[in-house]
Design a protein. Structure first.
Length: 384
């Protein structure tokens, strides 16, 4: 209850003042019904009723909260007036003012000292229960920037004062290697994991998270793998690799041996697909798709066949060259022509030709030995 006293005068000879400091309730709850009683002392001429009223206002804004019905008063007396209103929607220090006025003619006035009184009330917020369901068990959330833990059941409950609060949920929570929960939406349609919640009553909100699993791709050959990543449970992932054939290292690789893509296999060694591009169903756990390869010797066989053919051709050519008959010898001209010796006759090896017996001849002029076919003596130059 709020008690106030004031003395008003309708004429210059009347007086009005507040005699006692009123006592006010120290606190009220948010949206509680607030009742205030004001005791007004007045002194008006007898037999002249003067309409009188008391108003309750917010002192800082001037907003009128309540006005008592006008009552005709006369004479001198203390009169109580009752006022009522609701507290604000938010906790704060509430500044109020009560004032008394009377009507002279058509004007409400009061020119006496002490005709109003200001006071304040502390407004405390009401405590309401906020409950969130569908969260990731044992994760963390922020309520008004304060980190709090979620129960193992995936629910969170707290008591907060009336008003607006900021709640921020974890966007992504990795619950185990290769498994995570990702925020999807609030069931009331709000899409962000951070939102404002205004409490004016106990409130329960529902959250939707989706489970995602990691799909790993593996290959013993250094190729480009496409499709590795996080996927929603129950969705389908498309995987592929390039290139689909790789040269083998070493001599076999130089001869043309290739590793060819054979198939995709899963964790259970079951074949997923034989094509380089395949669809993988994401089930209830993380998965690995591994590329299997096989060696193709087709190019090796072709290369060896070509090399063998080339070698055989070279050997055949060499044999043909070695067996070819030599050309007939050119005629040999011997002797002299105009004193110039011609090409001498080839010497026949003694084993292939028997040397004829040499005929001995002597010059009849000087007795010197000379060639049997010579016409002149080489010593004296005369014919024998």
């Amino acid at each position: 209850m709020i008690l106030a006293s004031s003395i008003t005068t309708a004429q210059p000879r009347y007086q009005a003042k507040i005699r006692d400091q009123p006592l006010f309730p120290p606190t009220v709850r948010v949206k509680d019904h607030v009742s205030i009683q004001v005791n007004v002392w007045y002194s008006f001429p007898p037999a002249v009723p003067v309409p009188t009223r008391v108003s309750l206002l917010e002192a800082d804004t001037g907003k009128v909260l309540d006005v008592s019905p006008p009552e005709p008063l006369e004479g001198e007396e203390t009169r109580p007036f009752g006022l009522s209103t609701f507290a604000p929607a938010f906790a704060k220090v509430w500044l109020l003012r009560v004032q008394v006025q009377y009507q002279v003619g058509y004007t409400w006035t009061n020119d006496a000292e002490g005709w109003f009184r200001d006071f304040s009330i502390e407004v405390k917020g009401l405590d309401f229960k906020l409950e969130l369901q569908g969260l990731v068990p044992n994760s963390q959330i922020l309520v008004d920037s304060t980190s709090q833990a979620v129960a193992s059941s995936g629910t969170f409950a707290t008591t907060l004062a009336a008003g607006t609060h900021v709640v921020e949920l974890a966007g992504t929570v990795e619950v185990s290697p290769g498994t995570r929960r990702v925020f999807k939406e609030w069931k009331d349609g709000y899409q962000s994991n951070s939102r404002q919640v205004t409490l004016s009553a106990d409130t329960t909100l529902y959250v939707t998270y989706e489970t995602q699993y990691f799909l790993s791709l593996d290959s013993r050959e250094k190729v480009t793998l496409v499709g590795q990543g996080w996927y929603k449970e129950g969705s389908t992932a498309t995987i592929s690799l390039t290139p689909t054939e790789v040269q083998v290292e070493g001599i076999l690789g130089l001869l043309g041996a290739r590793r060819m893509f054979d198939r995709w296999v899963g964790d259970d060694y079951q074949t997923i697909a034989h094509a380089p591009s395949a669809a993988v169903m994401i089930r209830d756990r993380p998965q690995t798709a591994r590329a299997e390869w096989r060696i193709d010797y087709g190019y090796v066989y072709i290369s060896m066949g070509i090399m063998t053919a080339v070698i055989i051709a070279i050997i055949a050519i060499l044999l043909m060259i070695s067996r070819r008959k030599p050309p007939p010898p050119r005629p040999i001209i011997t002797g002299t022509s105009y004193g110039v010796p011609l090409r001498p006759a080839p010497v026949v090896p003694p084993l292939l030709r028997v040397q004829p017996a040499r005929e001995r001849k002597f010059c009849t002029q000087c007795g010197a030995e000379m060639d049997a076919a010579a016409r002149r003596c080489p010593a004296c130059g005369r014919e024998p």
